[in-house]
Design a protein around this ligand. Structure first.
Ligand code: 5GP
Ligand code: MG
Length: 177
């Protein structure tokens, strides 16, 4: 792995494909344990979480369901402040055990706006799994149940995360230089 350029910015290697794979396995083990005998519905938030969701789901041994919704508050490298729902939730989540799957929790705004809408539908339980968390960026505190990596407040790309549309295909995670 070496320095890469996406659009106008340079990025340095930060998390290797192997360390991501190992950590995703550990999160899946914890979820397999915690939800044994249950049938959770995983709600993955597009676009960024598609790769994490696929790898995590592949490691599950419990009965489980998966669906995707699209929420976005980001334009380029800064949060636009608004949370837009562009693909809504079609599933009935009443009485279900829900696990939200996020690529990264930054300010917490996206989930802070979305969780009340979910809770309103009275799921039996609601947990959050996020691959990455930037604790220093928190503006809207959330209880995160499964965290892959806590990282500094620097912009990252790869493994599903983009910079202005590019970089999602990278197997590793890179940090802004
Ligand atoms: P929040 O609402 O917590 O501020 O931001 C959540 C969303 O912003 C994430 O799901 C992700 O799509 C995007 N985001 C936050 N930080 C980063 C980052 O460092 N890199 C990329 N590519 N997206 C980010
Ligand atoms: Mg996201």
């Amino acid at each position: 792995m070496s320095i890469i350029k996406i659009h106008d910015k340079e990025f340095v290697p930060y998390l290797s494909a192997e360390s991501i794979r190992n950590r995703v396995n550990e999160l899946a083990d914890a979820i397999n344990n915690d939800f044994s005998g249950k049938r959770p519905l995983f709600i993955a938030i597009l676009n960024g979480s598609f790769m994490f969701a696929a790898d995590l789901f592949r490691c599950l041994t419990i009965e489980s369901e998966l669906c995707f919704i699209k929420l976005a508050s980001y334009r380029g490298m800064k949060s636009s402040g608004k949370v837009v729902t562009s693909i809504g939730l079609e599933e009935d989540i009443f009485g279900k055990d829900i696990v939200i799957v996020e690529d990264i929790v930054d300010t917490g705004k996206t989930l802070h706006h979305f969780l009340p809408k979910l809770l309103h539908q009275q799921p039996r339980s609601l947990k959050i799994a996020t691959l990455l968390h930037k604790p220093e960026a928190t503006q809207f505190p959330l209880t995160l149940d499964y965290i892959g990596f806590s990282i500094p407040n620097k912009f990252v790309v790869g493994y599903g995360l983009d910079y202005d549309g590019l970089g999602r295909n990278l197997k590793e995670i890179y940090q802004l230089k």
